[in-house]
Design a binder for this molecule. Structure first.
Ligand code: SF4
Length: 694
């Protein structure tokens, strides 16, 4: 499925994998895909692609695709193939029955960053207007929800500040808890190009990612901190900036709240936050921390890129605010080459958050308690909206186990594999009376479903994705939906069956509604996207062609606000029983839970997740390369094969989560970010022992 000869025509669309959002030309013979060619005019990728995107076409035609709706009375019964009419009617009647019996708050919906903006918008509209509550959440809950919170508090907008091309003007690049060459390969290459040209590099990561040392790039500083100590590290960096007179006083005086800054300066200047005092916490020599802080503050344009190694912690939101503090203190916001840039894991994390799929926010990050905003949506949607936040995903699980939450509509998200503490998730799903899974494959979550609605791949529908740089790009239908309906149509069918009318003829109409209701999208339309190729929001009367760099003259919130970042150790402590800290990440050729990449012919195929151990830890346990290793945590136990490497530091082990067989999330715990409940995937105390083959 790579090359079948000459194309008859081509369709421009957007990669459905990572947050770079590369533009591709799908070359076609009729409805047959010949090949995917990275688009030279793509604003995010400029003709480049990675191994995932180029081969992204395989899973869409894989024989595992389910193409007929199915229902069953209980999860112990076999599936029964039914018509669309029967499946939709059953879903609606079950949800109505549950609400009649347990109340209107007993059901909810989960959408995914793999959905288009229009699909996500419809799911939250179904929940708010059709179900009558705010029990809607997105898989961003488990990845970048702290970004939304932390950047809103400090800068005033829940999004990154720059376009990708901005890195061409960076003099110092700081990468915190991200692995761009594996997780965001096309942008990782762009970053490497700038580093080869001479930009300096600071890496803050417990593990030696590729960027630290390659034939052409060498990090100037690798702050190899202990997992779970980001906040102590960021505050120590701030201490150096504040106490060595490295603050951009003019920028701070003109652009930031004076009182909050004064409090922050006094706080970070305390001796307890010095690199010397925090060395025992982070494990990083103080002179390295001082050197890195001086380089970032004085080396010219300083840009920070961060990832899930920052957000997926019990202090994820605090760390995001610590990063924003550093950027404001050094004047590294509001022009090209600088900024605070979250690298979003999935293609539409930014969009799923923008579209109001959080239980406390309507589209455009406006709180559900705001009566003026609610009135706007009520007038458009013809309903009265609930004014209190609904349940987050972990709260849905707790409510299910308490017998109060009974029905769930899940579109495009495999919570049975991707959420932490799998045993807890599956117990909650088992306690529900109607779980509806809308997906391409019978995934782990579908094992607990009562209704399976076959979804559509990105090649079978129209819509838009919004990448990590706030860039909205078109997704265009290349072939007919295999199961007959695009995902947005299925949501619409459910809404109508439940008595809430939806009559969109095309996703373009959904985007028009989004633009009517969302100030940062008022200038967005399919016609303009077609004409300009892509648009970075805010796109409105003030910025009709979009906004590559945010906060140029003033922060979105007016004045930037420094926030105090007190380090609080994670609850996840090492003990003699669990003496190692496990952290997790991704590899280049796989994508998240692997549902798509494992079903795609791929020249870089990896067939398993492995556990990386430092040679000393392996020797202490009699573990050799390739041995099977039992990994035990307080939550559970799994078995993985060993990879012995000094990429990880002594006392730290590392694995990926791409294969359901390895069950990486069987061992992660329910600890979560204090502000957003984003799970603490990155810190789990474990023991490793050599075992015989499972
Ligand atoms: Fe681009 Fe990411 Fe797709 Fe690779 S996976 S082609 S970097 S969008």
């Amino acid at each position: 499925l790579i090359d079948r000869g000459q194309a008859e025509h081509s369709v421009t669309t957007t990669c459905a994998y990572c947050g770079v959002g590369c533009s591709f030309r799908a070359e076609m013979q009729g409805e047959e895909l010949v090949r995917m060619v990275p688009n030279m005019d793509g604003h995010a990728n400029h003709g480049h692609s990675c191994v995932k995107g180029r081969f992204a076409i395989g899973y869409a035609t894989h024989p595992d695709r389910i193409t007929t709706p199915m229902i069953r009375g209980s999860i112990h019964e076999p599936w029964k193939v039914v018509s669309w009419e029967e499946a939709i009617a059953y879903t609606a009647s079950e949800f109505r029955r549950i609400q009649a019996k347990y109340g209107r708050f007993a059901i909810g919906g989960i959408t995914s960053s793999r959905c288009t903006n229009e699909e996500t918008y419809l799911v939250q509209k179904l929940v708010r207007a059709g179900f009558g509550n705010n029990n809607v959440d997105t898989c961003a809950r488990v990845c970048h929800s702290p970004t939304g919170y932390g950047l809103k508090q400090t800068l005033g907008e829940s999004a990154g500040t720059q376009d990708f091309d901005s890195v061409r003007e960076s003099d110092v690049v700081m990468v915190v808890g991200a692995n761009p060459t594996d997780g965001h390969p096309v942008f990782g290459s762009q970053m490497k190009r700038r580093l080869r040209e001479g930009a300096k590099l600071i890496v803050v990561d417990p593990r030696r990612i590729d960027l630290v040392r390659t034939p052409h790039v060498q990090a100037d500083f690798h702050l190899k901190l202990r997992p779970g100590t980001n906040v102590a590290m960021l505050t120590a960096l701030a201490h150096v900036v504040a106490t060595e007179n490295l603050i951009d006083e003019a920028f701070v005086a003109a652009r930031c709240e004076a009182d909050a800054f004064a409090k922050w300066r006094a706080f970070v200047s305390r001796e307890e936050h010095s690199p010397e005092a925090t060395e025992a916490i982070t494990g990083v020599p103080a002179d390295l921390v001082r050197g890195a802080a001086r380089l970032y503050a004085t080396g010219g344009n300083g840009a920070i890129y961060y990832g899930l190694g920052v957000t997926e912690h019990s202090q994820g939101s605090t760390a995001v605010m610590g990063i924003a503090n550093l950027a404001m203190a050094t004047g590294n916001v509001g022009r090209r080459g600088v900024g605070v840039n979250p690298l979003r894991g999935q293609n539409n994390v930014q969009g799923s958050c923008d579209m109001g799929s959080f239980p406390h926010e309507l589209p455009g990050y406006r709180h559900v308690s705001d009566g003026t905003v609610r009135a706007l949506f009520e007038a458009e949607w013809g309903v009265t909206l609930h004014d209190e936040p609904g349940l987050r995903i972990p709260n849905m699980f707790e409510a299910a186990l308490d017998g109060e939450f009974k029905g769930l509509y899940i579109e495009g998200e495999d919570i049975g594999q991707s959420d932490p503490n799998t045993q807890h998730v599956t117990a909650a799903l088992s306690a529900m009376e109607c779980v509806v899974v809308q997906d391409l494959f019978l995934n782990e979550t579908a094992k607990f479903a009562h209704v399976f609605l076959p979804g559509s791949s990105f090649m079978e529908k129209d819509g838009t994705f919004t990448n990590a740089e706030r860039r909205i790009s078109r997704v265009r239908r290349i072939m007919a939906p295999k199961a007959g309906y695009a995902d947005w149509e299925i949501t619409q069918l459910i809404a109508n069956a439940m008595g809430y009318p939806m009559h969109y003829a095309h996703p373009e109409e959904i985007m028009a509604e989004i633009a009517r209701l969302t100030p940062t999208f008022t200038g967005v339309s399919y016609a303009k996207l077609d004409a300009e190729g892509s648009l970075q929001w805010p796109c409105n009367a003030q910025a009709p062609h979009g906004t590559p760099t945010m906060h140029v003259d003033a922060f979105v919130r007016g004045k930037g606000k420094f926030m105090l970042t007190q380090y609080v150790p994670t609850r996840e402590k090492v003990t003699p029983k669990y003496p190692l800290l496990l952290t997790t990440g991704r590899i280049l050729s796989q994508y998240n839970v692997g549902a798509q990449t494992r079903r795609t012919p791929n020249v870089m195929w990896h067939d398993e997740d492995r556990i990386e151990l430092h040679p000393q830890d392996a020797e202490d346990r009699g573990i050799a390369e390739g041995d099977w290793v039992g990994v035990q945590s307080r939550a559970g136990e799994t078995v993985l094969r060993a990879r012995i490497t000094d990429r990880v530091q002594p006392g730290v082990v590392y694995t990926t989560f791409h294969f359901p067989e390895s069950g990486a999330n069987v061992i992660t715990t329910e600890n979560s970010d204090w502000a957003t409940n984003c799970p603490e995937y990155k810190v789990t105390a474990v023991q490793c022992t050599r075992v015989s083959q499972p």
